[in-house]
Design a protein around this ligand. Sequence first.
Ligand SMILES: *Cc1c(COP(=O)(O)O)cnc(C)c1O
Length: 415
Amino acid sequence: MDDVAQEVLRQVAEIGAKDLNWKQGRAFSLAYYAGADVQEVADQALAMYASTNGLNADAFPSLKKFQSEVVQMVSAWVHGGDESAGFMTSGGTESILLAVKGSRERGRQEKGITTPNVVLPTSAHAAFEKACYYFGLESRRIAVDAEWRADVTAMSAAIDSNTVLLVGSAPQYPQGVIDPISEIASLGLSMDINVHVDACMGGVTLPFLERLGVPITPWDFRVDGVTSISVDLHKYGYTAKGASVILHRSKKLRSYQTFVTDNWLGGFYGSSGVLGTKSGGPMAAAWAVMNYLGDAGYLRLTKAAYDACQQLADAIEQFPELQLRARPDSTLLSFGASESNNDSSPMFDIYAVADLLAQRGWYVDKQSPPASLHCTVNAVHGAVIDDFLIDLRWAVDEVLTHDSRGERGSYGTIE
Ligand SMILES: *Cc1c(COP(=O)(O)O)cnc(C)c1O
């Protein structure tokens, strides 16, 4: 490598100096870390295939193999059986976009629906809103119950002859609980409407938690009526960013997802997803990490993340000033300020707690409504929960003493 190359790479490394310290477990969101060995496997495979193009997997048989084997592994986790079929995508958002697009298409082709709607709980991910907006569907949000799970009675009431999709999450992001998938799926089955299970978070952890003996409410293809499932690998699969899987119960259902045209001067153009040119790196990295970790690795990492999350939940329940929103069904939790006795308003500004935690290098999500903090707990956190709790105790005391106000948060940036 010549001097210029070395200098440029030194700068690339230096520019990241102020980024989140996720490899030390300071980030309870956005990044996941399963140790230096796993990271090395992901990084090397990613680099090897970074500039290959998944647009045409026939030109890169390697990518075809990575994709089909990754999809098969995920299908086995979620009990897809012989009929299920899917693709790798760039992430949970793309998987959800495709589930919504496929449902709209099925409604149009099989039932002649031209003004489609989606019925989904308020807890379902923002990506569904994006999908409805992009593809011209109405989003009908229904309430969650006292335990933050989809209210299936409200769901049933919101369905009409233009409903093309029902959604449940396993687990939902904001409070970390699993929706009543069986009930949602039987609604879908009885009315011949697609049911998507958003397992972007739980798709890797839940199968292994079940094997570890943790009671898990049914949520995958073993539930009749579930037509598609999204599973993110770049979260609890600990693979490089840019990897998710969308699975359909059958090839027929998958056919509504894909797009083909020859209406241009370039000839036949087919594509499975939203992107055109896409890096083969995340596919190679996913294949590499999944084969490296295997069942034993995922059992170990899932247990580590789950135990850390339960430890954090137990500790938060011991804070009189904090309210755990729900016992975590897997590895996500959220909490807010306890309510004052007079008018049940929050006793203090929970966002101010997040701002103080940030001063000590911790990153937690701020969410609402209601104003809460959110922790996505992964395998790296086992070693730091005790430290985090010391700083959480300090931050809560500070905010109570000074009646501090915090800044509102956002999940993404638009500028
Ligand atoms: C992360 C997530 C998504 C969106 O996935 P991206 O990979 O961020 O695009 C959707 N649903 C749930 C439950 C998620 O946790």
